[in-house]
Design a protein around this ligand. Sequence first.
Ligand code: TYD
Length: 208
Amino acid sequence: MTDALGLFISLEGIDGSGKSTQSRRLAERMRAWGRDPVLTREPGGAPGAEDIRRLLVEGDPARWSPETEILLFTAARRDHLERTIRPALASGRDVVTDRFADSTRVYQGTTRGDLRALVDTIHAAAIGVEPDLTLILDMDPAVALERGLARSSGEDRFEEFGLDFQTRLRAGFLALAQEAAARCVVIDAMAAPETVAARIAEVVQTRL
Ligand code: TYD
């Protein structure tokens, strides 16, 4: 992120692609390198944003219209940026976030009606920054869906949209990786977790 001292890294991918595990492993690896990353996630990552998260991930899949979702995710992101991301980067710490704006571009922007223009407008007005590096964890949605549902966290509003939805998400993330090729790297997430972690570490090391 411009003007920031630390490195801003996001992990993206469909539900159940292993982002949470890999974010944690990356942060551990960076600590072993002597860095002091802040590990965070979206929706959430700050107290107010976590409150908004509950509105988004629990309840009926049709609870919000896609337009309302964009506003809620962006409100949570703004809080996350103000309270957690910017202060960390400004103090020289790296930030590793499990999801950021690319999730809104793909989940709300391209999979449920063509709302990408609205997502971009709201992002430009309220957020206006991108990660320095985005790792897109790519995997077969059938496998990912199984893993996601198996977790049964009560936060499965999005997983409940089903396999077709996850398939469109995968295509959306891969398209985005091409569109924003300067900051995006696609990681094969079907490999063993240790292999995925090693590949991620390799990519991050080249950016430090
Ligand atoms: P996440 O916490 O990553 O779910 P999980 O840990 O179960 O993989 O995100 C919760 C859900 O919110 C997930 O299905 C993706 C969705 N989401 C959006 O639709 N738009 C967004 O902008 C973000 C950040 C998440």
